[in-house]
Write a protein of this length. Structure first.
Length: 339
């Protein structure tokens, strides 16, 4: 009798393990469904002429911890084309059958001018604006990327809120939607429920920030590491805030035809570009720059003998612009904040 006990115990252990294994297999689909149901649903709007990185950046960030899907007005959309290969995208849903997301992501692409490509066409598409407005009303969060902010603004989602967009479209957003408090010195802006980001790669930072609101900072740190992305939540980088955004374009009108750009760098308070002249004729370029700059509004020359001007920017800041000869065939254009 005693000799049979170990054998009975082994049989009992094996049968118990087998039963547990069967039970786990039976419950696995249910557990997976429960876990998937618990994951926030994130719907990303896509449309013709969308900027790929505007939606793929947030898509890759958010898919780790959320149920992410694409939604469009029609079954297939197309982007790029022309001189570049066309890319067709098949979203999981259309407006007709898309589930209500917890988070709505509105990317950008193309122009911000009504009727033009990308966002421009969506601004004149009542179906898109209606869907965005109704979907956003039931969502917990809304994230705009790049000039996707124009679609959100057209739907009234940014009224009396701070927002940002692609650096060359800041002024356009101000003019088109005066109720929006447009900022140019932040990579993304959080209004609590609505988050807007600046251009293209800014969407990655905005998505990581959003993911941290949904799942905690560690979740976004892991997501960033999986993408090999050096995420810095405290970064103050904002393309629209850099000094070169305030340099008068006119200064380059005389330089560009006669020289090749060799360096272009700076920060919020100063900017330097260096150029290699195609011919050793610095004096000719200097005269061309002088003629153009002396005709500019809000620009005042400091000394007629020097290539230096004080520039009054649109934001009331003042800058010293100078053109310097560095060598026989090299010059520099420097721009420095004075107050």
């Amino acid at each position: 009798m005693l000799s049979r006990i170990p054998r009975f115990t082994r049989v009992f252990q094996l049968s118990t393990l087998f039963s547990c294994g069967v039970l786990m297999l039976l419950l696995a689909p249910y557990v997976d469904a429960q876990e998937k149901a618990a994951r926030p649903k994130i719907g990303i709007l896509v449309f013709d002429s969308i900027q790929l990185f505007d939606f793929m950046g947030p898509y890759d960030v958010l898919r780790r911890d959320n149920d992410v899907y694409l939604v469009a007005e029609k079954p297939v959309i197309e982007t790029y084309g022309g001189t570049m290969p066309s890319i067709k995208i098949t979203p999981q849903y259309t407006f007709a059958n898309a589930p209500q997301p917890d988070v709505l992501v509105i990317p950008g692409g193309g122009s911000d001018k009504p009727g033009k490509s990308g966002v421009g066409k969506q601004l004149q598409n009542p179906a898109v604006i209606k869907w965005v407005k109704e979907t956003a009303a039931k969502a917990t969060y809304v994230l705009t990327v790049c000039n996707g902010a124009f679609i959100a603004a057209e739907a009234g989602l940014l009224d009396d809120m701070k927002a940002t967009t692609f650096h060359t479209m800041i002024d356009d957003l101000k003019r088109a939607y005066p109720k929006v408090k447009v900022v140019d010195d932040q990579r993304f802006v959080d209004n609590g429920r609505v988050i807007s980001t600046a251009g293209i790669t800014s969407g990655v930072d905005g998505a990581l920030y959003l993911n941290s609101k949904l799942h905690g900072k560690a979740a976004s740190q892991l997501a960033a590491l999986s993408l090999e992305y050096a995420w810095n939540p405290e970064s103050t980088f904002a393309r629209a805030a850099l000094a070169d955004m305030r340099i008068p374009d006119a200064v380059y009108e005389a330089v560009e035809p006669a020289a090749e750009l060799t360096n272009y760098s700076g920060d919020r308070n100063s900017w330097t570009s260096t150029w290699r002249l195609k011919k050793p004729d610095f004096q000719v370029v200097a005269e061309g720059v002088s003629k153009i700059m002396d005709q500019q509004k809000d620009v005042k020359r400091t000394d007629p003998r020097q290539l230096k001007w004080i520039v009054a920017a649109a934001d009331n800041s003042h800058w010293l612009l100078s053109v310097e000869k560095l060598g026989v065939q090299e010059l520099a254009v420097r721009f420095q904040r004075t107050e």
